[in-house]
Design a protein around this ligand. Structure first.
Ligand SMILES: NC(=O)c1ccc[n+]([C@@H]2O[C@H](COP(=O)([O-])OP(=O)(O)OC[C@H]3O[C@@H](n4cnc5c(N)ncnc54)[C@H](O)[C@@H]3O)[C@@H](O)[C@H]2O)c1
Length: 332
């Protein structure tokens, strides 16, 4: 059940369509009968081969078209909006990842803020196109009042990535307010599953445990994340596309945080091997806990995550064993 009315849609622009969440969402949209234009610049942050592989199942579909290009290219973005009338724009293209943002904050602000601005500048010419954008649980910073509700403090970011996501949110509010763009911001909580970014901890841990190698554990293992399975996130995005109106922010999480040590133990169970742990100091920019209050998304979107960590990890491991490309770890 959801309290917001469902509005049909058919033509969707997905930015970041070659990425983990973008390719998974595009598949769902095609399955639902939508026409999907995917925009992606194949940023080399991780294996470009993996991104091309993500698109293989989509490109056989006559309702899918890939535009290879950069959201920073204003002319390309303007031409795209001149050529197509979109019912929904799902903006997922971004520089993702907390730790690399500390080394290169400029490029995070460039893509995550100026890139978002380029899309908003085109959207202001229409009030019919809905805008659904990926934000992040990282905007809650080191919040010590869990679970985190959408109304919680979000101005105390502890990484440039988080700050860039918050800046993107504020920019969306301004454009929605000035130009009436129906806008929904989705704060994702650590998304995992098939096609997952290879630099994310779980992907690395599974391949290390399977190989009988040491697992690096940063901190004492008590830091916790609200790991959320990709199919649950995709369902939340789809529901947001159907119900996007006014200016809204929703948490999409699992609302069941798991400590790092518990996650490593669960990886061990799924792989059928005892993990060998090597402990390191805490990483700067990391927060101790993420924990989503999902009551608003449950009420207004009918969002209801269903996948346990154990099931989700099992699905991911099955997929990664069938796709050896997933082991191309580019930044670890
Ligand atoms: N995966 C998570 O746990 C998580 C958590 C919170 C928020 N998010 C957000 O969700 C979105 C998708 O994340 P993901 O995990 O799928 O990441 P991803 O890196 O797999 O996907 C992002 C895609 O955007 C593309 N891209 C980057 N810069 C671009 C540019 N300038 N122009 C066009 N395309 C560009 C990349 O090539 C990539 O394919 C991002 O906005 C991310 O910040 C993800």
């Amino acid at each position: 059940m959801s309290s917001l009315p469902v509005k049909k849609f058919s033509k969707v622009l997905v930015t970041g369509a070659a990425g983990f969440i973008g390719s998974s969402l595009s598949q769902r949209l095609l399955d639902e009968g939508c026409q999907v234009i995917g925009l992606d610049n194949f940023d080399p942050f991780y294996s470009v081969k993996l991104k091309r592989h993500n698109l293989k199942g989509l490109q056989v579909h006559s309702n899918f078209k890939l535009i290879e290009g950069d959201i920073l290219n204003e002319q390309l973005v303007a031409d795209l909006f001149a050529e197509h009338t979109f019912d929904v724009v799902v903006h997922l293209a971004a520089k993702a990842g907390v730790r690399p943002s500390i080394v290169d904050p400029e490029s995070y602000f460039e893509v995550n803020v100026r890139g978002t601005l380029n899309l908003l500048k085109q959207l202001k010419h229409t009030t019919d196109t809905r805008f659904v954008m990926a934000s992040s649980s990282s905007v809650y910073g080191a919040n010590d009042n869990p679970p985190f509700a959408e109304s919680a403090e979000t101005s105390l970011a502890v990484s440039p990535y988080a700050a860039s996501k918050k800046a993107g949110e504020v920019l969306c509010h301004t454009f929605s307010h000035l130009h009436g763009i129906p806008t929904t911001l989705l704060r994702f909580f650590t998304v995992y599953g098939p096609k997952q970014r290879p630099e994310m901890a779980m992907a690395k841990f599974i391949s290390l445990v399977d190989a009988g190698k040491k697992v690096p554990m940063f901190g004492d293992g008590l830091s916790a994340r609200d790991y959320t399975y990709i199919d649950d996130i995709v369902d939340g995005i789809y529901r947001s596309c159907e119900r996007c109106e006014g200016y809204k922010i929703y948490n999409l999480g699992n609302s069941a945080p798991v400590s790092l040590r518990q996650m490593i133990d669960c990886v061990g169970e799924v792989c059928g091997r005892e993990p060998i742990i090597e402990q390191f100091a805490d990483q700067p920019g990391d927060v101790p806990l993420t924990f989503a209050d999902i009551s608003l998304a449950q009420k207004e979107l009918g969002y209801s995550p269903k996948t346990s960590l154990r099931d989700g990890l099992t699905h991911y491991r099955q997929w990664s064993r069938a796709h050896p490309l997933a082991d191309e770890l580019s930044i670890w």
